[in-house]
Design a protein around this ligand. Structure first.
Ligand code: AMP
Length: 607
């Protein structure tokens, strides 16, 4: 029930005193966005004044915006690589940050095919925790009674490594779930999960998913919200249920746990709560054995009020499938964040996915925005007027315009280009709200993988070497992320030049080409394929000779005002025309499929 508090918020009536404080904090930060930003910049520059990086640019202790902007360059990850290597190799001097680097957070964005390790400091965890603590107070403005039940959240940790210098390197969420902030969080009736920590923290993805699903089924009447970080993760859970409901029902019926759950602490924790429940087992069998899984989420978890998943950006491709399985439950995208920094939150949680805007929280970092306009090159240089890039401050962005996000963080990133393109949709007080448009240079994405044009080109080139013994080559190609399968997979369309029709590439060769392409793709893709089971096997579809030419001609006829240009012998896959062509080809049935076989294992992975 809403409290009538002196802290009452313009965002709406808070559900409790704690929420009132959180909403008040959002109001304070967004009303004073400009002064908060000045303070954040001054704090970062003064505490890091003696670092090697700031000394190099002769900031000489200045903490004002003008000096900062005039002396420090706008950079990308590649510019910082030498410093990052030194830190990874054990150099503990104050290179980027005056505070000791506590660990590396491995971004799903890659550099030279590998995850980008981003140095972070201990106190960043507090900042992330602070942003998390604002999410439920905002959600409580829209959905009442969330303290009367639980959230079924499918959360996972991924593998971690140590750098040569002994620092841990792991994804940001793994770092968060393994922190005391998460593990020993105080009880909060609005934030009770069905998954025990032991299940979330189990490094084996099958055991973790199995037990989280089992706990979610045992608590099915109490579940009020269902979530995963990204939409792809929630769909993987549905697929997991499709493949494992018989065993799950058996465990419920007998009260005994699947012998594949071998992690001792996880086993102990689940066995304690698992009691024979034949009625529930019968219900699960009845629902899951139906051919039609439409609305399965609300059939199994009838009290679910919304799905908590990110469906903006690359995840928008999963909205129709989520709608199908959930019977159209609201989709709440709560926050916008990255390994480098958490950025902000969605204050209008029940809006349509296409209308989601994230309000940047000015206390998280110092934010600048590089205008993203047709007359600017990739560095932001205005080649029409020969002007260097002019970055805009947080409160000065203009509604309707697109920008690339540039951040300066407490952990020592200075004027760092994140690579996300955002459009300003409005303001909450004086803090701007952004629609996430896309990540730059991403051609294909299924889960957290981000494959760019150059990576795909290299993969096609490497794979096409295998065609030599058939005296064949790839003359045109394009690609498409097929999310109709769960997990989704890359489809690459090839048009071949076969010189000797009696020796054209057979299925085995094309299977080898699929593998060669996968081996050439970046490490996030490969981890998704092998360790996380979040990406299905790549598929090559060979199209009939002349298909590209035919469809390009047809497209040009239908769109005479659009200039279709192609580069080189291989069609540039990133060109919009080829992207559209990818869709055309996807629909066409004149294809030879090479790729996923039909049999899958219990994780939904093609055997
Ligand atoms: P990572 O570096 O692996 O932590 O991934 C961070 C990136 O994920 C961001 O820079 C965005 O490109 C993307 N991302 C994070 N949150 C969202 C969101 N709410 N909507 C769309 N994309 C997001």
């Amino acid at each position: 029930m809403a409290v009538d508090s002196p802290l009452s918020s313009p965002l709406g009536p808070p559900a409790c005193e704690k929420d009132a404080k959180a909403l008040q904090f959002i109001e304070e930060m967004t009303r004073n966005a400009e002064s908060v930003q000045q303070r954040v910049l001054a704090e970062i520059l003064s505490r890091n004044a003696q670092t090697e990086y700031l000394t190099r640019f002769q900031l000489n202790g200045a903490t004002d915006r003008e000096t900062f902007k005039s002396k420090l360059p706008v950079i990308t990850y590649e510019d910082l690589q030498p410093e990052i290597h030194r830190i990874a190799n054990g150099d503990r001097s104050a290179i980027l940050s005056a505070h000791p680097i506590s660990e590396f957070l491995t971004s799903s964005g890659t550099s030279a095919g590998e995850r980008k390790p981003m140095p972070t400091i201990k106190e960043e965890l507090d900042r992330r925790q602070l942003l998390y603590s604002l999410l439920m107070p905002v959600m409580n403005l829209y959905v009442a009674g969330l303290d009367k039940g639980k959230g079924l959240y499918l959360l996972f940790v991924k593998s971690e490594i140590r750098t040569p210098g002994g620092l841990l390197a792991r994804p940001v969420l793994t770092s968060y779930y393994k922190s005391d902030h998460f593990k020993t969080r105080p009880y909060d009736p609005y934030n009770v999960y069905t998954s025990p920590n032991e299940a979330i923290l189990c490094p084996d993805s099958f055991q973790s998913m199995y037990t989280q699903m089992l706990c979610g089924l045992l608590d099915r009447h109490q579940v009020l919200r269902l979530g995963a970080v990204f939409a792809s993760g929630l769909l993987r859970a549905i697929r997991f249920l499709q493949l494992n409901w018989r065993q799950l029902a058996h465990d419920m019926e007998t009260g005994s746990l699947n012998s594949k759950i071998t992690d001792p602490s996880l086993r102990e924790c689940i066995v304690k709560t698992l009691k024979p429940n034949p009625e529930l087992a019968q219900f699960v069998r009845h629902e899951c054995s139906k051919d039609d899984w439409e609305g399965i989420i609300v059939r199994i978890w009838p009290n679910t009020k919304y799905l908590d998943v990110i469906v903006t950006g690359a995840m928008a491709q999963y909205i129709p499938t989520l709608d199908y399985y959930s019977g159209g439950l609201p989709l709440a995208c709560t926050m916008y964040a990255s390994s480098e920094c958490y950025f902000g939150l969605n204050l209008n949680l029940m809006c349509k996915p296409s209308e989601v805007s994230y309000t940047i929280m000015p206390n998280m970092a110092y934010f600048e925005f590089l205008p993203h306009e047709p007359n600017l090159d990739s560095t932001g240089f205005d080649f029409t007027h020969e002007l260097p890039p002019k970055l805009v401050d947080l409160v000065d962005v203009e509604v309707g315009k697109e920008y690339e996000l540039v951040i300066t963080t407490y952990a020592g990133l200075c004027r760092y280009r994140v690579g996300d393109i955002l459009r300003v949709t409005g303001f909450h007080n004086s803090a701007p709200q952004f629609h996430f448009i896309r990540r730059k240079n991403v051609l294909l994405s299924i889960d957290s993988d981000k494959t760019d044009e150059a990576e795909l080109q290299t993969a096609v080139e490497n794979a096409s070497h295998l065609l030599r013994e058939h005296n064949a080559s790839v003359v045109e190609y394009t690609s498409h992320a097929d999310t109709k399968t769960i997990p989704g997979h890359y489809v690459v369309y090839w048009e071949l030049l076969v010189k000797d029709s009696t020796n054209s590439p057979d299925n085995d060769t094309l299977e080898q080409c699929c593998l060669a392409m996968e081996e050439s793709l970046n490490s996030v893709y490969r981890q998704g394929r092998v360790a996380d089971n979040s990406i299905g096997p790549l598929e090559i579809r060979v199209v009939k000779n002349g298909t590209f030419e035919k469809w390009i001609t047809q497209y040009q006829e239908e769109h005479p005002l659009i200039n279709t240009r192609f580069q080189g012998v291989l069609v540039s896959p990133q060109s919009w025309s080829c992207w559209i062509l990818g869709w055309y080809l996807h629909i066409l049935a004149q294809l030879c499929h090479i790729g996923p076989q039909k049999e899958v294992n219990e994780m939904g992975i093609y055997k």
